[in-house]
Design a protein around this ligand. Structure first.
Ligand SMILES: [Fe+2]
Length: 226
């Protein structure tokens, strides 16, 4: 359901997100085929949703990795439930079918303590300060705590759920959106970087040309509240 990306860097491995609760064993089994678990130094949390932070506690228990996250994610992680602010909803009729099969969006609450590295703004470029060509982007719209990573040397952009390329999504739009206007502005922001490829958390990588093609899909449409 969720793509796990690992960035192998001289400062250790950066994992982008975790997955649904219960997925830790499989993640660790696959990770140790590539590298010892001790090399996992950072977990970059694109946002708090249950399918991204579901086994964060499990990874924190078996590594000394730090969690890089948006300030707003801290409170959502403590609550252990995907946020559902007024005005949010599904971006299309096919996407709204998801609410028929999934009702529970909770996950084990996470208390980060000193394991969290809160990125207050894009002025705080944690990875670039370490000398890595990895830029943190604020990409609100899907959620207000959505962030992504842009690899400045290769043009690869890891957008989390700021776009989606799965069977259930329409026009590269993520099935759940909190704020459609902010979502569109985040697409403009990604395009302005002239990325080579977009790597979403759901579905396969796709060309940034798709962001141009589908940029205005939500114009004149309204989000479908469950
Ligand atoms: Fe999400």
């Amino acid at each position: 359901m969720v793509q796990n990306y690992l960035l192998d860097t001289p400062e250790g491995i950066i994992a982008i997100d975790t997955g649904y609760p219960g997925g830790a064993d499989k993640f660790i089994r696959r990770f140790v085929k590539k590298a010892p678990l001790s090399r996992l130094k950072y977990i970059f949390l694109t946002h708090h949703h249950d399918d991204h932070s579901g086994f964060l506690n499990d990874l924190l228990a078996v590594t000394d990795a730090k969690v890089i996250l948006h300030p707003l994610a801290v409170q959502y992680l403590k609550a252990g439930k995907s946020n559902e602010p007024p005005g949010s909803g599904y971006s299309s009729w096919p996407a709204s079918l998801f609410s028929k099969v999934k009702k529970d969006f909770s996950f084990p609450p996470v208390q980060l303590g000193d394991r969290g590295v809160v990125i207050e703004s894009e002025a705080a470029q944690f990875f670039e300060d370490l000398g890595l060509p990895v830029r943190i982007l604020f990409l609100p719209g899907h959620t207000d705590d959505s962030i992504g990573l842009f690899l400045t040397e290769t043009g690869q952009l890891f957008c989390g759920d700021a776009a989606m390329n799965a069977v259930i999504s329409v026009a590269r739009h993520t099935i759940w959106i909190e704020d459609a206007e902010a979502f569109g502005r985040s697409w403009d922001k990604m395009l302005a970087l002239n990325p080579k490829k977009i790597y979403p958390s759901h579905g396969t990588p796709f060309s940034p040309k798709d962001l141009v093609k589908y940029r205005h899909y939500m114009d004149g449409r309204t989000l479908i509240h469950p």
